[in-house]
Design a protein around this ligand. Structure first.
Ligand SMILES: [Zn+2]
Ligand SMILES: [Zn+2]
Length: 370
């Protein structure tokens, strides 16, 4: 696959591909991807363009944060916030031959999921529940390992390598790898990225927040867990966002027991978000999970949803609210077709657990040690 980089200047009369002209100040500062097709366009944009230089020279800059040879592959895309993709992506990571894979590992197509579409949530046997316990315990272990490496200066690609290695060391397959052609072994979503961020060469910056979403496939079953972490010192608003999102998940989990309705979870989540000046993402939902990575039930996080179904002992599913600062719950996608960001560039956080409905209540299969 290849990407055509067009002239970044909105004033470009031709919509031209750039002819190698790069801003000399940008080159010196190590900002990649500021290309213009010719001197005329460059002059026309100079006033707005030079702001980039000022931002890049601030110590907390989020622009000049890739390695020397990294670049933004979508220079014409109008990003909603300050995070940019930093390519090239690292080479595809290998899975040792002895590790069993899910059906999509080779061609990206989860055919067993497609076949199961429309089916009711499955009730797992005691043996299957035990296998889910093991898969989910390993998933939590890998998330905790990745989280222990979060610090300013580490790239999300390095976090991907850590997750990948910790997963295959446990004889498990990293579920995101090649799922519907996702290129990496974990999703890393920074600041305004809501979910499905692709690990790349961008270094985490002091003050960022990063969600790490780990899922793995072990002995025929998937586990799925995620959490949002501060990078160094973060501002008050970001702390509140993270606290609020965790509270949304914890309060929703408290409702889970036999007879509870899936549609009622959002009734608890959304008011907590609102009361804290936040909004609830509607496009992405929790999901059933077992031998299939994503299946019934569908678990929306917003109020007044029309989700079908009642919780029954033996059902396993995730709750994973994505909460945005401010009132805009919408999202837009980068041209990579994965990365979902807020519409207004404000930050978003998420927490996820995989849950088993028991005879008397709920068991958090991915729970951390407390
Ligand atoms: Zn997940
Ligand atoms: Zn999930």
């Amino acid at each position: 696959m290849s990407t055509t980089i067009l002239c970044q200047s909105k004033a470009c009369p031709n919509g031209n591909p750039p002819s190698k002209l790069e801003c000399p100040t940008c080159s010196k500062l190590g900002i990649r991807g500021s290309f213009f097709c010719g001197q005329e366009c460059f002059k026309a944009q100079w006033k707005t363009h030079k702001i980039i230089h000022e931002i890049a020279q601030k110590p907390s800059s989020t622009i000049n944060v890739g390695g020397k040879d990294s670049y933004n592959p979508f220079p014409n895309y109008e990003f909603t916030g300050s995070i940019r993709p930093m390519y090239p992506l690292s080479a595809k990571r290998r899975i040792p031959d002895h590790i069993p894979r899910p059906d999509y590992a080779a061609d990206g197509k989860p055919m067993s999921e497609v076949r199961a579409a429309g089916q009711a949530p499955r009730i797992l046997t005691k043996e299957e529940q035990d296998k889910m316990r093991t898969a989910c315990r390993l998933t939590r272990e890998v998330l905790d390992i990745a989280a222990s490496h979060v610090r300013p200066g580490i790239t999300t690609d390095e976090l991907d390598e850590i997750v990948h290695n910790a997963t295959i060391e446990r004889n498990a397959y990293p579920s995101p790898l090649n799922y519907r052609n996702f290129p990496k072994s974990v999703c890393t979503s920074v600041n305004e990225v809501i979910c499905h961020g692709i690990p790349d060469q961008r270094k985490l910056q002091e003050g960022d927040i990063v969600n790490i979403d780990v899922s793995l496939y072990y002995d025929g079953f998937h586990g799925d867990v995620n959490a949002t972490y501060p990078v160094g010192q973060i501002d008050e608003e970001s702390q509140k966002l993270i606290r609020t999102t965790r509270e949304c998940l914890d309060e929703a989990i408290k409702l889970c027991k036999p007879g509870a309705l899936f549609r009622d979870l959002g009734k608890t989540i959304e008011p907590i978000a609102r009361a804290n000046g936040c909004s609830t993402v509607r496009t992405y939902t929790g999901h059933g999970i077992h031998e299939l990575f994503h299946c019934a039930p569908n678990v929306p996080h917003y109020a007044k949803n029309k989700a079908v179904g009642t919780m029954k002992p033996g059902m396993i599913f995730t709750i994973e609210p994505m909460i945005n600062l401010g009132s805009n719950w919408g999202e837009v996608h980068w041209p990579d077709n994965w990365t979902a960001t807020t519409v207004d560039g404000k930050r978003s956080a998420q927490f996820e657990e995989t849950l088993l409905i028991t005879e008397s209540g709920v068991e958090i299969l991915t729970a951390g040690k407390s």
